[in-house]
Design a protein around this ligand. Structure first.
Ligand SMILES: C[S@@+](CC[C@H](N)C(=O)[O-])C[C@H]1O[C@@H](n2cnc3c(N)ncnc32)[C@H](O)[C@@H]1O
Length: 243
């Protein structure tokens, strides 16, 4: 359809300074420095809006504690630590994020989460978790992360490697809308600009397909609409997959 490239071009024209800064190599370092601040504020709003969904999602986390109780949990792309309040008391947590500028926000959330035991913060991308041993964790969590990674399948392969057999991967992600929907139409138009504003975040990933094709033994996945009317991040998937 010719309308999509035309409108995409209009959006790019309206946001030309961003594209010029990106072309000059200035945007990425600027975004890496400022994004954690904006994300830490957005995470509070997101938690308010999706409080019930997150509470329900994480309600059975403790069921996955292995013989080595308490539960060991690895959060990838942990950002500012928005999920800590939903984790069960005593949980042993390692956080990873490729952007070290998140650490100051993460430390603040850790200080507010006295019910958890924090073990480590690793500067690492989800595609390469080599600091984490094979079959060493009960649970891996990723929320609003797979939209930003460059290779979802590589991340899921790493998740499967570090999970102990019977461990679970919990996810909550915004995804592409149905291909025949208006939301998908607008997602395609905003996507190239959104990637710069959202530090690599893509609006058009059909992440559920990657989860379906990954080698989990069980997949519990639901499509939901987040309560963000008129935003291109409305379609979400939520659930967990068992190794
Ligand atoms: C939208 S934020 C979400 C942060 C947090 N998980 C939350 O729910 O508030 C996306 C996060 O994914 C991280 N990220 C980006 N690329 C990544 C990758 N390849 N592997 C792991 N995390 C990544 C970003 O640095 C950022 O912390």
């Amino acid at each position: 359809m010719v309308l999509v490239p035309l409108l995409r071009g209009c959006v790019q024209l309206l946001t030309l300074p961003i594209h010029v800064l990106a072309f000059l190599g200035v945007w990425d370092p600027l975004c890496k420095t400022t994004f954690p601040y904006f994300m830490s504020r957005f995470a509070r709003l997101y938690n308010q809006k999706l409080h019930k969904e997150k509470q329900q999602l994480f309600s059975n986390l403790a069921d996955f504690a292995g013989a080595s109780e308490p539960l060991s949990l690895l959060e990838i792309g942990a950002g500012s630590g928005a999920n800590f309040q939903f984790y069960p008391p005593g949980c042993r947590i390692t956080c990873t994020d490729p952007n070290p500028n998140f650490e100051q926000y993460l430390l603040k959330s850790e200080a507010e989460s006295k019910h958890l035991h924090f073990e480590d913060f690793l500067v690492a991308s989800g595609e390469n978790l080599h600091q984490v041993a094979d079959s060493s964790v009960d649970v891996v969590v990723a929320t609003l992360v797979l939209c930003s990674v460059s290779n979802v399948q590589a991340v899921l392969k790493e998740v499967l490697r570090v999970l102990r057999p019977g461990g679970a991967f919990y996810f909550l992600e915004h995804v592409a809308g149905d291909r025949s929907s208006w939301i998908y139409f607008w997602q395609q138009i905003y996507d190239p600009t959104w990637k710069y504003i959202g530090d690599g975040c893509s609006l058009v990933k059909e992440t559920w397909k990657d989860l379906e094709h990954a080698k989990f033994s069980k997949l519990n996945l639901q499509h939901i609409n987040a309560p963000f009317n008129w935003t291109p991040t409305r379609p979400h998937i939520i659930g967990y997959a068992v190794k």
